[in-house]
Design a protein around this ligand. Sequence first.
Ligand SMILES: [Zn+2]
Ligand SMILES: [Zn+2]
Length: 183
Amino acid sequence: MFLDIKDLELHPIDFQEEFQPGAIELGEELRQRTPLKASGRAELVEEHHGKHQVIQDIRLRGRLSAGLELQCARCLEPVPQEVKREFELLYRPLGADAGKDELSVTDAEAEIGYYQGEGLALEDVLREQILLALPLKVTCRADCKGLCPQCGKNLNQEQCSCSTEVEDPRWAALKDVRERLEH
Ligand SMILES: [Zn+2]
Ligand SMILES: [Zn+2]
């Protein structure tokens, strides 16, 4: 859904959208399990700079929710993750801030972004909001044992034989020393 400045000049745009998995590219490490729902309102905010310059900002308020799946940072198994987020954003024309030390921001509470050209794709906004809402790292459970570094087996599911046989080389060296001292 494209939020066009020309439309916003006439009236605010209310949106209520549903995006099926795959409709918005979220990257390889993220899987979308349920439709992404987003609703809210986009409106134009005009900022007057001096007598002649008018800057057209897009203010976007809304909420989104989606069921996603991340990978466990240790064992790589899928970890379900519900995302719910409310957002209030202000998009300014790219370059509008150039050469200004101080922003005359209309709404100090809002997060600031930039748009280029004729407007803003809602999909781009939602992708960014989803990525911001997610933790950088998840584990499937607090005591996830991860993968065996030798054979790659998931140690939550099975014990492999190599994990006990592999010895830290530093321990082996110490053992050598001790044996020599003892004899
Ligand atoms: Zn795990
Ligand atoms: Zn192993």
